[in-house]
Design a protein around this ligand. Structure first.
Ligand code: NAI
Ligand code: 13P
Length: 364
């Protein structure tokens, strides 16, 4: 019997002056990954080649680069990084500090060149997935400032993916192992976020959260729905959104058979402690930081005495798309990018999540 065909996971390099290239080198240095999938990097050969040299210098890793034009040309064997080269970053644009004892941060930060390249990698990987040439996509961090400097007016990957896949209803999920959260709104001001707490959007997010958990193989997802105001408003004393918008959305979701154990908005200050205690498979948060802060408090662990991040874990998944997208949940890490001292855990988590979704999709 022939071995099953392994899924191709398209991984974008992210901003070429950010941490994506070196994290990709570290994640792909794990030969075991190749037992489960065929990783295909979408980016620039110049950036990847420099990151491989950093990986060799800092961690002693010996990886070779296979520059290809189509996914079919990949070797997909441990020790080789297969890269679809979009050829947008000239080698001389990459600050080279390899002759020093420890490589220094690029120090370039957000710029139109990096933004244009990062945006192009994302568009390319979406295109490959939409055409069925790859099975899932995983993204490294882009800088919102840089893509906007390059003239691409999006607030992040989520909106780019939604636009290029023509998806009207979607939401951002963050996950740290079994702790998951989706967001009613993301990159808008806090004032605007409050205005966006509307029954229809909350209901859409509950439905997408339910389907998203099923896409991860969870048969009967249990959903916690956060309130917006302190103590969920105390029946209008501290705001009416729970009464006027969130409860009606919950009632409709319950009528559709969706499992919301508490049947009402849960006070936001305790919902994540309950989620950690196993009350829900996923939480619906009312705005960006309500969901992001608890997930990053759990996933980002800083050792102040030794002055370094011990863990930067967590995954960002866009739910509601016709294709699979999982991502690191940290940013470009400008202060460390280029030094080889960033942690690849979040990228490894994202690849694992993408594989879990590919498997659940096949079994559905
Ligand atoms: N997934 C994405 O595409 C995201 C992109 N961003 C972008 O990243 C840029 C910088 O944003 P910041 O708010 O500074 O967040 P950041 O996550 O880049 O950095 C926050 C802190 O975490 C550290 N850090 C980040 N990733 C790390 C890793 N893998 N290993 C070790 N330490 C790590 C950084 O060095 C910094 O001290 C912005 O332009 C923003 O648009 C921010 C969040 C997510
Ligand atoms: O900035 C992020 C989370 O705050 C990541 O957003 P995107 O996944 O949309 O790029």
């Amino acid at each position: 019997m022939s071995a099953p065909v392994k899924p191709i996971i398209g991984i974008t390099l992210g901003d070429p002056f950010g941490n994506g290239p070196e994290l990709t080198a570290y994640a792909l240095a794990d030969g075991k990954l190749y037992e489960q999938c065929r990783p295909l990097v979408v980016g620039d050969a110049t950036s990847m080649a420099y990151a491989l040299k950093v990986a060799k210098k800092v961690r002693g890793l010996d990886l070779s680069l296979n520059i290809i034009k189509t996914p079919a040309e990949g070797k997909y064997t441990p020790g080789t990084v297969d890269l679809l080269d979009l050829n947008l970053i000239p080698a001389e644009e990459i600050p080279d500090t390899l002759d020093q004892d420890a490589p220094k941060a690029y120090g370039v930060g957000a710029c139109p060149l990096g933004g244009e390249a990062a945006f192009s990698y994302v568009v390319k990987v979406i295109d490959l997935a939409m055409n069925g040439e790859i099975d899932a996509t995983v993204t490294n961090a882009i800088s919102k400032e840089a893509i906007n400097m390059a003239g691409h007016h999006y607030s992040g990957h989520t909106e780019i993916y939604a636009d290029y896949t023509h998806t009207p209803k979607y939401t951002m999920m963050l996950a740290h192992h079994d702790l998951r959260v989706v967001h009613v709104s993301t990159h808008v001001s806090l004032r605007e976020a409050c205005d966006r707490v509307k029954k229809d959007r909350v209901l859409d997010c509950i439905r997408i959260a339910n389907e998203g958990c099923k896409a991860l193989g969870i048969k009967e997802p249990r959903i916690g729905v956060a309130g917006l105001n302190p103590h969920s408003g105390e029946n209008g004393m501290f705001g009416w959104e729970e009464v006027q918008e969130i409860q009606p959305a919950i009632d409709e979701a319950l009528a559709e058979g969706i499992l919301i154990p508490e049947k009402k908005p849960t006070p936001p200050d305790t919902i994540f402690s309950k989620a950690l205690g196993g009350w829900y498979d996923i939480v619906v948060a009312m705005y960006h930081d309500q969901g992001h802060i608890p997930l990053k408090v759990k996933g980002f662990v800083y050792n102040r005495a030794e002055q370094h991040w011990e863990a930067v874990e967590g995954v960002n998944v866009t739910l509601g798309l016709p294709i699979i997208r999982a991502s690191v949940d940290h940013g470009t890490g400008w202060d460390l990018a280029g030094t080889g001292r960033s942690s690849e855990l979040s990228l490894v988590n994202a690849i694992e999540y993408a594989l879990q979704m590919v498997k659940a999709k096949k079994e559905a």
